[in-house]
Design a protein around this ligand. Structure first.
Ligand code: NAP
Ligand code: G4F
Length: 336
């Protein structure tokens, strides 16, 4: 049985990756952070489906800012694969907490790579790199496109990207970067723009909210469906040689188009509910990200399946269901 160690298990991607790895028969070890309130809600459906925590899932307290916690975990678990998904992942927030973001989203990658090097175990390493690294370099972006980050988050991800490349070249570690473009789902954090929109649409329909306040509606993103993107992470670590891959749909839409489609799903005119406020704009914006994932298709056989409209519809539908369940008292919180 293969063993995987995943950082960021309580996040959107972590929860989908855990499900994938468990389905493939892995023993999965995940990190979670101490929090004053429950922070494992995204893992709850695993418990709910089975009636208890899956036998092959082990959650450990660790923090990416705490080298000892990471080194001890690698030593104790002896994983075949590490997926480094943990990060301060919010671009706007990174302008408010730049040093913390540099540490957790940047330097922490070296902590994990050093733990692998010290262990001598031959553990394979996945680094959650980001299209945000391309920043102001115009689209389409692929593996050869130069980086020009536009946020402390983007700069920290560039540091981690090169750390993974360097440990591959210097020490022969099987370290791969997945340069993932935006990917969404109903498990997406509520303050990222897609989920903020679909949640607002559901709450407006249910009479719990009257307006939606956003920032820059002209930004263009390449939005895919998260469960398909974690499959690409796994494929990278199964490949004989480590390498770097762009994962994207190649289809571009503006925030305005996302808003339009989400309100259209419930037959509402978005212009009656949406206004903009400069407080949601960033000191420097990334105008357009559109990925060319042809290398991943050619080498890994990975291709996106869910279309933009399907993604918007499924997110709106799930949020409507959640709001209705919550109102009827159906949602029960279980800590895992
Ligand atoms: P997410 O939902 O924000 O999850 C981030 C995870 O990191 C959470 O589990 C969080 O724990 C954990 N974390 C934060 N600070 C930590 C710390 N100091 N120590 C340990 N864990 C910490 O992010 P996501 O959307 O799943 O993205 C996964 C990864 O892919 C991130 O590295 C992100 O930057 C990167 N990425 C995401 C996208 C995208 O479109 N989603 C695209 C490209 C790259 P808590 O739950 O306790 O906060
Ligand atoms: O949803 P967002 O916050 O995602 P962003 O900044 O593209 O970052 C996400 O994708 C990256 C991959 O490219 C990841 F690496 C990163 O971890 C994260 O998952 O914002 C998308 C766009 C931006 O241009 C933003 O300015 O939407 C615009 N926007 C407009 N109004 C807004 C809002 N963004 C947010 N979060 N909230 C708004 O009210």
């Amino acid at each position: 049985m293969k063993k995987a160690l995943v950082t960021g298990t309580t996040g959107q991607d972590g929860s989908y990756l855990i499900e994938l790895l468990l389905a493939k028969g892995y023993e999965v070890h995940g990190t979670k952070r101490r929090s004053s309130s429950f922070n494992t809600s995204r893992l709850e459906n695993l418990s709910r489906e089975r009636g208890s925590k899956p036998d092959n899932l082990f959650l450990h307290y660790a923090d990416l800012a705490d080298a000892g916690s990471l080194t001890n975990l690698v030593r104790d678990v002896q994983p075949d694969e590490i997926y480094n998904l943990g990060a301060q992942s919010h671009v706007a927030v990174s302008f408010e907490v730049p040093e913390y973001t540099a540490d957790v989203t940047g330097v922490a990658t070296i902590r994990l790579l050093e733990a692998i090097r010290a262990s001598g175990l031959g553990t394979r390493f996945y680094q959650a790199s980001s299209s945000e690294m391309f920043g102001s370099t115009p689209p389409p972006q692929n593996e050869e496109t130069p980086f020009h980050p536009r946020s402390p988050y983007g700069a920290a991800k560039v540091y981690s990207y090169w750390a993974a490349v360097n440990y591959r070249e210097a020490y022969g570690i099987h370290a791969s970067n997945g340069i993932l473009f935006n990917h969404e789902s109903h498990r997406r954090g509520e303050t990222f723009v897609t989920r903020k929109i679909t949640r607002a649409v559901a709450r407006i329909v249910e009479g719990l909210q009257t307006e939606l306040v956003l920032g820059n509606l002209d930004a263009v993103r390449d939005w895919g469906y998260a469960p398909e993107y974690v499959e690409a992470m796994w494929l990278m670590l199964q490949h004989e040689t480590a390498d770097d891959y762009v994962i994207a749909t190649g289809e571009a839409h503006s925030v305005r188009e996302f808003v339009e489609a989400a309100f259209a799903r419930v037959n509402l005119d978005w212009e009656k509910y949406v206004r903009t406020d400069a407080r949601y704009e960033r000191p420097s914006e990334v105008d357009a990200l559109i990925g060319d994932a042809s290398k991943a298709a050619r080498v890994l056989g990975w291709k996106p399946k869910t279309t933009f409209t399907e993604l918007v519809n499924l997110m709106v539908d799930e949020d409507l269901q959640s709001v209705r369940d919550e109102r009827s008292g159906k949602l029960v919180r279980i800590d895992i």
